[in-house]
Design a protein around this ligand. Structure first.
Ligand code: SF4
Length: 213
């Protein structure tokens, strides 16, 4: 049975055909390396730092654009909380379906917990209903069980601000319903229709409009 990641759910919503290429046919298309490079370095650095490694050499290798980004993360109030885990794989069962993903970091302040997600690019427009928020909060909720509060914190490194979403009882119900519905829809999908709103940015566009597909 599938373990649905936030990216799988987002891909299906953006275009079922793209989901078909990526997750049913397992076809991966090359993306420009620069697209991910900065984010990758900052994530790796944060992970080493939180795990207690000596990162001085890594900091020296950052370029002039990357150094202030790292500094913003380093000084972020949530990044300074007590470390629990980082690059942390979590999954949980929602209804009949498994969902999961990898958290950038889990921090705590007493019995208050914070899931951190560092963004060098853009933060989701509606973070409280983003699949990443839903999946990570629900998985952490099931893992932690007893806590005072649980929050998802998008650390927006471009604008030096945070978007914070707390898992309330009402949100928990909404998330459970939304995740069950989308997982069911994907599981029952047989046609994988094209959705053409974002074809110009799609790495599968050449493949998609070939007759064989
Ligand atoms: S090119 Fe358009 S229709 Fe085809 S997979 Fe990509 S987004 Fe979907």
């Amino acid at each position: 049975m599938n373990n649905f990641s936030p990216n799988m759910l987002k891909t299906y919503i953006s275009c079922p055909k793209k989901y078909y290429f990526k997750y049913i046919q397992n076809i991966s298309m090359p993306q420009p390396a620069s697209f991910f490079e900065k984010g990758k370095k900052i994530h790796a650095l944060a992970n080493y730092y939180l795990r207690g490694a000596d990162i001085s050499n890594m900091i020296n290798e950052l370029d002039d654009e990357e150094k202030p980004v790292w500094q913003k993360l380093f000084e972020n109030e949530f990044f300074k909380k007590t470390y629990v885990n980082s690059e942390y794989n979590l999954s949980c069962k929602i209804g009949d379906f498994w969902v999961g993903g990898r958290l950038d970091a889990l921090m705590q302040d007493g019995n208050d917990y914070f899931i951190l997600d560092y963004k060098t690019g853009s933060v989701p427009k509606n973070p409280e209903t983003d699949f990443q928020t839903m999946v990570y909060l629900m998985c952490a909720d099931k893992k932690l069980k007893n806590y005072n509060s649980l929050k998802f914190v998008y650390i927006d490194l471009r604008n030096d601000q945070n978007a914070i979403i707390e898992l309330t009882t009402e949100r928990k119900k909404l998330y459970e319903k939304a995740l069950t519905e989308i997982c069911k829809r994907i599981t029952e999908e047989t046609e994988y229709p094209q959705k053409t709103d974002s074809c110009s940015f799609c790495e599968y566009s050449k493949l998609c409009f070939m007759n064989d597909y």
